[in-house]
Design a binder for this molecule. Structure first.
Ligand SMILES: Cc1ncc(COP(=O)(O)O)c(C=O)c1O
Length: 441
């Protein structure tokens, strides 16, 4: 069997040609894709094959929190590879135990157990499974403005366009979460938005039937949906409502966790404790794929004598675990979370806010840490989103200035690695300023 790949001999050293011949990419029609070849990177910088050194304001899928080629993480993976490159999930293994301990200690008191997954989607998948089993209920409530991953239940829990062609799982209900700039509740202050969003949630719960609902699943800060910072008291309110009806609360920290917001977990900036926390991305910055579910004591205890009907060949894969241990230790040792906090407060926040004056297309700037959205509009009064062509022009102008920008609909998401220095952040904002001007925005 097999077939003749001899044609590949002519392109064997050509990453771009091989990609176009054989690689099928996510979330795209394939024909007109032109992926950029990246050779290596260091810190917040990426080296393109054309020789350019690019300042990365994306952290890829908002996951490379520790930056590229962090020597301690590379070394941690190498050491684990030499010791034991693979072992099944049923065994005890030092890297796995340490990784679980290091992750769990960032969660609130009483969260001691971690179920490791391959990524964020299957973390949410298993969190929903656990919530359904623990409560004996079926429905999961989640926001229209969210992304929870690209697997069966996770994509049905997702609110954005990606759910629509993939929506085959049952038992999912959506509701609106706070977003003052485009309020669904005709609110004019964060307090009003918070109060009305909570009333709306409680109405949805009452109309759906509280005893049919297993969990409310929420991103601590909706990321892909627009880095929308929830009002201070929102989660406390959700917690009160969910407690009242015996509904579990799952907090998705996949994108916002591990330093992104200037806190270990984004939920640290809010006054509440969920029942289950999911994580992935920043736990080891994607050096080896990993994610997981952190369970509060009562949730974990439910499965003490009841079989958890879920598992993965690579749950707690030693290379991923070695990468988590090295990442967590380096983040602590190098004060990387504090750095993200300070760079956000001192440079990115004020720097991006200052752009509002010179660029009439900027409707709102919001964020914290190294997690910022610049929302662009055709008209500040009507808030009509800026068109796609203009957004693509901004990305193209940024590229000419060696700045990698992430764009989602009418928003620029400024999400550099947490290790970015104040000088690099200021340089990136200056390049963004120039790119907006060059794009006529
Ligand atoms: C909040 C959130 N949850 C879950 C996911 C899914 O994670 P993964 O792509 O690792 O499966 C993502 C991915 O971007 C995310 O942002």
């Amino acid at each position: 069997m097999g077939h003749d790949c001899s044609a590949d001999e002519t392109i064997w050293d050509d990453a771009y040609a091989l990609d176009r011949a054989h690689v099928f990419h996510s979330w795209h029609a394939q024909r007109d894709l032109h992926p950029t070849e990246v050779v290596t990177g260091h810190g917040v910088w990426l080296n393109y094959a054309d020789g350019r050194e690019m300042l990365d304001f994306t952290s890829q899928q908002v996951n490379v929190n520790i930056g590229y080629q962090h020597p301690a993480v590379v070394e941690g993976i190498k050491k684990q590879a030499e010791l034991l490159a693979t072992i099944g999930p049923d065994y005890a293994n030092l890297a796995r135990g340490r990784a679980a301990s290091l992750v769990a200690r960032r969660a609130p008191e009483g969260f001691d157990k971690v179920f490791f997954t391959n990524a964020g989607a299957d973390a949410n998948e298993n969190a929903m499974r656990a919530a359904r089993l623990v409560t004996g209920r079926d429905k999961i409530l989640s926001s229209y403005r969210c992304y929870h991953g690209n697997t069966g239940a996770a994509i049905s829990a997702t609110g954005d366009w990606r759910r629509k062609p993939n929506d085959y799982a049952r038992g999912h209900v959506h509701f609106f979460t706070p977003y003052l700039y485009r309020s669904e509740f005709f609110a004019t202050t964060q307090e009003e938005e918070c109060e009305r969003a909570l009333t709306h949630l409680e109405h949805v719960i009452e109309f759906e039937g509280p005893d049919t609902i297993a969990a409310v699943l929420l991103e601590s800060i909706p990321g892909t949906a627009g880095i929308i910072i929830p009002p201070k008291d929102y989660f406390k309110g959700v917690r009160e409502i969910t407690r009242k009806y015996g509904i579990l609360m799952i907090t998705d920290e996949v994108m916002a966790g591990f330093g992104r917001t200037g806190f270990w977990f984004a939920l640290d900036d809010y006054d509440y404790t969920p029942d289950i926390i999911t994580f992935a991305k920043g736990c080891n910055s994607g050096y080896v794929p990993a994610g997981g579910v952190i369970m509060s004591k009562p949730v974990a205890a439910y499965f003490d004598d009841v079989v958890f009907p879920g598992g993965l060949t690579y749950s707690g894969h030693p290379l991923a675990m070695g990468a988590i241990v090295a990442t967590q230790e380096a983040m602590e040792r190098e004060h990387i979370v504090d750095n993200a906090h300070d760079v956000g407060r001192d440079v990115l926040g004020p720097g991006l806010e200052a752009l509002v004056e010179h660029h009439p297309t900027i409707g709102e700037v919001r964020g914290k840490g190294v997690f910022w959205a610049v929302e662009l509009v055709a008209d500040r009064a009507t808030k009509e989103p800026l068109d796609d062509a203009s957004m693509q022009r901004i990305v193209a102008e940024a590229d000419k200035l060696n700045l990698v920008l992430g764009v989602h609909n009418n928003r620029i998401h400024v999400t550099p690695p947490c290790v970015i220095s104040a000088e690099e952040a200021a340089e990136g904002v200056a390049r963004l300023d120039k790119a907006l001007t060059a794009a006529g925005c």
